[in-house]
Design a protein around this ligand. Structure first.
Ligand code: GRE
Ligand code: ZN
Length: 319
């Protein structure tokens, strides 16, 4: 599917930095052994599985919760070390790897500066994961991060993270034992991330920063499917004037990470247009091959398929 001028670019592909992930707590502190083996690989195994599936380039990002639960004086310096090590990994394989930065959200001004520093190194933007120590990202304290992303013309990728404990207890605890993924990709992650995105829009962020670009994985975390209803319902009498649809279709991009469904993809194409859909796998939580095999048979013309597989990423990420 790829050609020399049209490489297949996957943009939600994860790793774990040893120093950062050693600080992860509780259920976030580890994953299944086979996944751990891949998360900690920034070389041979990763590239082998890319080659086997026809993935030419990974835009690599830290797994959840990344730097987002760090606090205190070392948060900034530690995140800088994490990004520097990821940068070194991309320099070791410049034709195969690019990167999204981790940001020390606990210190928003420093996070904005770290975004700028990493973009100057060649990073393609940054990835944020759910709430920042229990605070939604629409809180005004985080505006410097979004302002800097707009100024640098790089996207912020909004990735899922586990819900807060109180949410998990109220909404999911009854079923976690029998269905451990209910709180993760099966549903909890989706609710969390869609809520962050909706709140960013309601907060007026995109009126303040009309050129800001946000990426959502998992074919938009249900929002393309719900777009008509959210837009129509928000406009009912009594509401502030705002077009949810205009913001979502002007400032947001979605990726195919972990969601290889024709009807779901076609819904995104119909609501957002093909130029706003980018290929991603969510490796190593999801295998590469089912993703590229699916892309090979999606009911789209060759031109649109090529845009999703890499053309749109080349433009959005200036690759
Ligand atoms: C995780 O962080 O645990 C995770 C993902 C994506 C899919 C499944 C999953 O980040 O468990
Ligand atoms: Zn992911």
């Amino acid at each position: 599917m790829s050609t020399k001028t049209n490489p297949v670019i996957a943009i939600e592909e994860h790793y774990w930095d040893a120093e950062l992930s050693a600080l992860f707590m509780g259920v976030e502190s580890t994953r299944d052994a086979e996944i751990m083996r891949r998360l900690t690989d920034l070389g041979e195994l990763r590239i082998k599985e890319m080659d086997e599936a026809g993935v030419d380039v990974q835009v690599i990002s830290h797994g959840a919760p990344s730097a987002q639960k760090l606090t205190g004086p070392d948060a900034v310096a530690l995140t800088r070390r994490v990004n520097d090590r990821l940068h070194a990994a991309t320099l070791a394989h410049p034709a195969r790897f690019a990167a999204f930065a981790a940001l020390p959200t606990d210190n928003p001004q420093a996070a904005a500066d770290e975004l700028e520093r990493t973009v100057q190194l060649g990073f393609k933007g940054a990835m944020l994961h759910g709430l920042a120590n229990g605070v939604f990202l629409d809180d005004k304290r985080f505006r410097p991060i979004f302002a800097r992303a707009e100024a640098l013309d790089v996207p912020i990728y909004l990735h899922p993270a586990l819900p807060m404990q109180a949410v998990t207890d109220a909404y999911y605890a009854d079923y976690i034992k029998d269905f451990p993924m209910v709180v993760r990709p099966a549903w909890g992650f989706t609710v969390e991330t869609a809520t962050v995105a909706i709140r960013l829009i309601l907060s007026g962020l995109f009126a303040e920063h009309p050129k800001l670009k946000i990426v959502l994985g998992h074919l938009g975390e249900t929002l393309p499917f719900l777009l008509w209803r959210i837009d129509q319902a928000l406009k009912r009498p009594g509401a502030k004037a705002m077009s949810f649809r205009d913001v979502f279709t002007s400032n947001f991009y979605v990726t195919t990470s972990g969601f290889f469904s024709d009807p779901a993809l076609l819904c995104c194409v119909m609501e957002m247009g093909v130029d706003r859909i980018l290929f991603a796998v969510d490796w190593p939580f999801v295998a590469n091959k089912p993703a590229t095999e699916w892309m090979g048979r999606v009911p789209l013309c060759a031109e649109d398929r090529a845009k999703i597989l890499g053309g749109n990423a080349k433009k959005l990420l200036k690759m």
